[in-house]
Ligand binder design. Structure first.
Ligand code: SF4
Length: 147
């Protein structure tokens, strides 16, 4: 059996983005059948609806959220930190259950991105919440940039 790998669902064409669209990435779709891909959308796994208001990490990035010194708020001013954390932990639970040691994650997302601009850091970008939790737990992340 091929090695299990997590993948952001939106990269496979699933319309799970905040705006109800997807971020289909041909380079990822071409791996279907070659790898045991496990689609995840942490924001949906955390209980958020689709479509949903876009969110930003305030006072830091995803690693700071994990450490309890930053939070996530949507553009309606609602705190969605709990949902982002729940989704990250659900993604990690799936990775452990399936034995995944690698993840293809969509860039720029405040959940999945290795480098998201939707945060508040001195550098101007930072890691997303789910990406930070997976990385912390030894899972290799390959960032996929797709619109
Ligand atoms: S980037 Fe991650 S959280 Fe955002 S829609 Fe895609 S899978 Fe879901």
């Amino acid at each position: 059996m091929s090695v299990p790998v997590l993948v952001s669902s939106c990269l496979l064409g699933v319309s799970c983005r905040y705006d109800g669209n997807h971020s289909l990435a041909d380079e990822i779709v071409s791996k279907v059948g070659q790898m045991h891909l496990i689609p995840i959308c942490p924001e949906q796994l955390g209980g958020l609806p689709t479509p949903r208001p876009p969110s930003n990490i305030l006072n830091g990035d995803g690693e700071d959220v994990l450490q309890g010194r930053a939070w996530v708020r949507n553009d309606r001013g609602e705190d969605v930190t709990e949902e982002f954390l729940r989704g990250a932990h659900q993604a990690l639970a799936l990775a452990r259950l399936m034995g995944a040691q690698k993840a293809f994650l969509k860039g720029k997302s405040p959940s999945c991105g290795l480098r998201t601009p939707y945060c508040e850091t001195d550098a101007g970008d930072g890691i997303g919440v789910t990406a930070a939790l997976l990385l912390r737990n030894g899972i290799e992340i390959v960032e996929v940039n797709a619109e």
